[in-house]
Design a protein around this ligand. Structure first.
Ligand code: OKV
Ligand code: MN
Length: 246
């Protein structure tokens, strides 16, 4: 009895080392698991389900193989791949979940989310987020031909990498009061998210009761997974290099 959580892979055709690690994870680590949850930023960018490439086909095939084998796969959008839609879901069998979601993890109700909605101090990002999540703006964006959407995505990313160099580290982390507020609102004492790339297990107090916040890691230097069983949970890593045993 095992459930796996991953997030922040930021997969792209430019990082074959990461892609190989992910495909190996999908082939080796997901055998006989109860479910796989991807908590956002599976991809470095996503400008529409109509984009296709040998790279994307490989990834989609890996999910299709897993879901066809009977393992349920769930996805919550990240700040990068928030445009993943129905077509991706149909092609892969991956089920799309809302941005905040409660799952019963072996009896424990747990709030799962990407984590960008916890970073409320980054006001510029939250304003940007509101715009690009607007359904009408997205409808307009999808009217634009794919080749131009790819160019717009590149513009957004080069602008953002300049922007983020100026933002302080604390503003890019979660706001503790927002963590507590959401856990109270959803009546849970356990939360799992990614986004900050600071894998850790935090203890906190919510309504005078102990609570925990589990933060998933990114896949920049190695694979990063959360393994949950009825006995507990554990953050683990997976080496990029095939020849090394973990
Ligand atoms: C995703 C991020 C680029 C952060 C644009 C409407 C608009 C969607 C979009 C364009 C960008 C996603 C879809 C990408 C996330 C970046 C840079 C920083 C911080 C419009 C709807 F405005 F043009 F109409 N986008 N892409 N960033 O390249 O995948 O999250 S993206
Ligand atoms: Mn993110």
């Amino acid at each position: 009895m095992t459930t796996l959580f991953i997030s922040d892979l930021h997969l792209s055709a430019e990082r074959p080392d990461m892609t190989a690690c992910f495909l190996r994870f999908m082939a080796e680590d997901t055998k006989n698991i109860d479910a796989l949850y991807v908590l956002g930023d599976l991809f470095e960018m996503w400008i529409g389900d109509d984009e296709d490439s040998p790279f994307l086909q490989q990834i989609k095939q890996a999910f299709k193989t897993l879901t066809d084998s009977g393992v349920p796969c769930y996805f919550i959008h990240g700040n990068r791949d928030f445009l993943i839609g129905k077509r991706f879901s149909q092609q892969t069998g991956v089920q799309l979940l809302p941005e905040h979601c409660i799952v019963e993890l072996y009896g424990k109700p747990t709030l799962i989310l990407h984590g960008d909605t916890l970073c409320i101090e980054d006001e510029a990002y939250q304003r940007y987020r509101k715009k690009v999540h607007n359904k009408f703006i997205q409808w307009l964006f999808f009217r634009i031909p794919l080749s131009r959407r790819i160019k717009i995505g590149e513009k957004f990313r080069s602008k953002s990498s300049k922007n983020n160099q100026m933002k302080s580290q604390s503003i890019m982390d979660v706001t503790q009061s927002e963590v507590v507020r959401l856990m109270q609102a959803f009546h849970v004492d356990q939360m799992i998210h990614g986004h900050t790339h600071r894998p850790d297990i935090h203890s906190l107090t919510v309504d005078n009761k102990p609570a925990s916040r589990i933060v998933l890691g990114d896949w920049y230097e190695h694979g990063s997974i959360l393994v949950v069983t009825p006995d507990g949970y554990q953050l683990e890593t997976r080496n990029f290099d095939t020849n090394q045993q973990q």
